[in-house]
Design a protein around this ligand. Structure first.
Ligand code: PLP
Length: 460
């Protein structure tokens, strides 16, 4: 590969850019997603057998940053972003493992991408001296991870939009708990409304001229690339002991997490099969079973962070495997798991084995259960994307006992929280951005008229 790799848009109508530019831009100007022009190749022997997760990440990501000013900072970026563990924990009763990705500050895997992106953006020079407003539309977990990653960072303001009443009460509390330079807007609509409003604001040049805006959605390469690290780290550890590749079952919504596993495999990591576990939003399962790719509106499920009807990263998947759909269907399989099955899976694993999973992880556990029932004996790692304590309203009645809250989440839940209500209209958000000063405000948490989110968010 070239000394200085280039990044192209999946839609092929934007010029090739450097990794720094791709990370700073988020989306390509033609509306496509940035992808590496070619994938680097790395051998197992390139990795330090005693290295930490951050060390594995730095080795894995170095070729992507070759020749870029950020490359010298890459080890520090990885240490800063990946300062928590992603353990591969054995599940002896299934002869399988669970890859726990929820030990970061907001108890979901989105911490990895958000913290890496923030660590990169902190180091990239900006021509504009005015504060940058990072807009993020969230179905629950992304907003908290981005808020936590940028909280307290000078000259950056984060504005989180989430669908009021459609995130779990603890997710809502997290989103509103930051204060300072992070503000939450509870939108009277659905996640798709939030996403549309963010896009409309980003595309408004006049608004951008008075208030520079950026986005931190999952389509940014700065979020996707670091997600390869935990697959690499887990698969390398497995390989050194078992001399065999490890297979992964990934709870899937926008397809970012699963794509990271596939990219890590393409680079040469000892990863076997990757299975997608979806909820009732069956766009991907229908495609992989031979149907047309038919994006649609999302339906609400218990695994709300996977409520995606039009997975953005499908463009990157097609780019990665070529436009040959038949070949793509031979590469991947996806299963749709409904809410009844999610409930049954959570209750069964708690009752039979004392293992408690969040609703997202439960979709993947169900896929593992089906494989074992069908006689499959391959080594699988089920990817656990969030801590069950974030969804206690769903999980506790099913398992029949309170769930221990991890310390970082507990600390966030103890802080006061507030979110401003906002109508689900593009112009309303634009006006809010024009009028709200891009400076920390002290009234964001306690101003009268701003309802406490706990009283307004009650999903499931
Ligand atoms: C975001 C999220 C997912 C889906 O991940 P994608 O990268 O969008 O496929 C699954 N589980 C949890 C808990 C999430 O927050």
């Amino acid at each position: 590969m070239n000394a200085r790799p280039r990044y192209l848009s999946t839609r092929r109508h934007s010029p090739a850019v450097t990794i720094s530019s791709a990370i700073a831009a988020g989306l390509a100007p033609d509306g496509g997603l940035y992808v590496p022009e070619s994938m680097p190749r790395l051998d197992v022997s390139a990795f330090d057998p005693d290295g930490s997760l951050a060390d594995t990440a730095a080795t894995l990501l170095a070729p992507f940053f070759a020749g870029d000013p950020l490359v010298a900072e890459l080890p520090a970026i990885c240490r800063e972003a990946l300062d928590f563990e992603t353990p591969l924990r054995p599940l002896p009763q299934h002869d399988a493992c669970v890859l726990e990705l929820f030990h970061g500050p907001t108890a979901a895997f989105k911490d990895v991408g958000a913290r890496f992106l923030a660590a990169c953006l902190r180091r990239l020079p900006r021509e504009d001296a005015r504060p940058l407003t990072v807009l993020v539309a969230t179905s629950g977990d992304t907003g908290a991870a981005v808020g936590a990653a940028f909280h307290g960072q000078p000259n950056v303001e984060v504005v989180i939009l989430y669908p009021d009443g459609r995130v779990s009460p603890r997710q809502a509390h997290q989103l509103g708990s930051f204060g300072d330079n992070v503000r939450a807007l509870r939108v009277q609509g659905r996640f798709d409304d939030c996403q549309r409003m963010v896009k409309a604001a980003l595309n408004d040049a006049a608004l951008q001229s008075v208030r520079p805006l950026s986005s931190a959605n999952s389509i940014s390469l700065g979020r996707l690339l670091p997600q390869m690290s935990y697959y690499a780290h887990a698969a390398l550890g497995w390989w050194r002991v078992h001399h065999a590749p490890l297979n992964f079952i990934v709870p899937t919504g926008n397809l970012g997490n699963a794509l990271a596993a596939l990219w890590a495999r393409k680079i040469g990591l000892p990863i076997g099969e990757v299975r997608l576990a979806c909820n009732a939003n069956a766009t991907l399962p229908e495609f992989f079973e031979g149907g047309a790719y038919r994006p649609r509106d999302a339906v609400a499920t218990l695994a709300n962070a996977m409520d995606v009807g039009a997975p953005s990263n499908f463009e990157r998947l097609r780019w990665t495997f070529g436009d040959d759909d038949a070949k793509l269907r031979r590469t991947l399989r996806a299963e749709s798991v409904d809410d009844t099955t999610v409930r049954r899976t959570i209750a069964h694993h708690a009752g039979a084995y004392g293992e408690v999973f969040c609703p997202h992880t439960a979709t993947a556990m169900h896929v593992l259960d089906s494989l074992r029932e069908a006689g499959d004996a391959a080594p699988w790692a089920v990817v656990a994307t969030a801590h069950p304590a974030k969804f206690e309203g769903v999980v506790e009645p099913l398992v029949g006992h309170p769930i221990h809250v991890p310390p970082a989440l507990a600390a966030m839940l103890e802080r006061p929280a507030a979110a401003e209500p906002l109508a689900a209209e593009d112009e309303v958000l634009k006006r809010w951005l024009r009028d709200a000063p891009p400076e920390p405000r002290n009234d964001a948490v306690s101003a009268p008229g701003h309802l406490d989110v706990q009283t307004s968010a009650h999903r499931t």
